[in-house]
Design a binder for this molecule. Structure first.
Ligand SMILES: Cc1cc2nc3c(=O)[nH]c(=O)nc-3n(C[C@H](O)[C@H](O)[C@H](O)COP(=O)(O)OP(=O)(O)OC[C@H]3O[C@@H](n4cnc5c(N)ncnc54)[C@H](O)[C@@H]3O)c2cc1C
Length: 247
């Protein structure tokens, strides 16, 4: 899996603060400097004032201003299972690589055994993997070898059957029915900072599934560079309080 930040609102926290200040300002924020807009907020410098206002907004549940900052992420190689979970979030915009128009006819089934085309969950080969509800734990090496072999053979066979069906003239949109739910897919998604925090509330939580949790952690790392004050306060004050942003 790889996650990249493609595009984002420049100076997102300036936009968030300006929008928030608009609510309590008799002057028009479009006709004054940012420094003037932030004048009544506590803090020595503009950075201090941004910290102070953003922290207050998050603490008081004034989340609307965070909807004005958007980010677009490119996600490479998540499973279709993970994609199905991700696309449940209705305020995120998605583009999903199509299995109707992209046929995987040139992938070598031998490479599929090595993780090409299908995501292999760590629990297959990691003897010490502990999943949700403490599932897993120490597993002997013979069992690990067996389940790794079964997993790799099954996915390689599925891809081989898929390619045979393509060779027999079945359209990709129908041949794909035999591909595993772990098949990799690339996704582009756009969301605002409020929704990003909501997705993180739900998907970075300990009871979330490992793959979408890993994806969310990568998104959060990129968000921390893009919108640093917001995500610093989110991490320190908000994270773990489930559904805080979309009660
Ligand atoms: C650990 C975990 C396990 C899960 N297991 C399952 C499962 O077994 N089966 C399953 O089907 N789903 C499951 N889900 C998905 C979950 O039920 C939600 O559908 C998904 O997380 C989307 O989140 P959301 O409901 O907050 O909606 P989002 O689409 O992210 O919307 C954000 C917020 O907007 C508001 N909103 C959006 N649309 C509406 C609407 N139409 N009406 C009213 N308010 C709205 C709500 O306040 C919502 O919280 C699971 C999620 C997690 C995190």
């Amino acid at each position: 899996m790889d996650v990249q930040l493609l595009e984002s609102t420049p100076e997102p926290e300036r936009v968030i603060c300006t929008a928030a200040r608009n609510d309590y300002s008799s002057a028009f924020v479009g006709e004054q400097s940012f420094a003037t807009t932030m004048e009544p907020i506590n803090g020595e410098t503009i950075e201090d004032k941004k910290h102070s206002l953003i922290s207050r907004l998050l603490k008081h549940g004034h989340f609307g201003p965070f909807e004005h900052a958007h980010a677009t992420f490119a996600v490479k190689g998540i499973s279709r299972s993970c994609m199905a979970q991700l696309t449940r979030h209705r305020h995120v915009s998605f583009d999903v690589q199509s299995q109707r128009y992209v046929s995987f006819d040139d992938v070598d089934p031998a490479d599929v055994r090595d993780g090409e085309l299908v995501v292999m969950p760590p629990s297959v080969s990691d003897p010490d993997w502990i999943g949700r509800n403490q599932q897993g734990g120490t597993t002997d090496s013979e069992t690990i070898d067996q389940r790794t072999a079964v997993f790799k053979e099954t996915v390689a066979n599925a891809v081989e059957s898929y390619q045979t069906l393509l060779d027999l003239g079945l359209p990709p949109e129908d041949a794909r029915f035999v591909l595993p739910i772990g098949s990799k897919v690339n996704v582009v998604m756009t969301m605002n900072a409020r929704m990003l925090m909501h997705v993180a509330d739900m998907r970075a939580a300990a009871d979330s599934q490992w793959e979408i949790r890993e994806l969310t952690e990568q998104v959060l790392d990129l968000a921390a560079d893009w919108c640093p004050i917001t995500f610093e306060h989110y991490e320190s004050e908000m994270k773990g309080r489930k559904n805080r942003l979309a009660p």
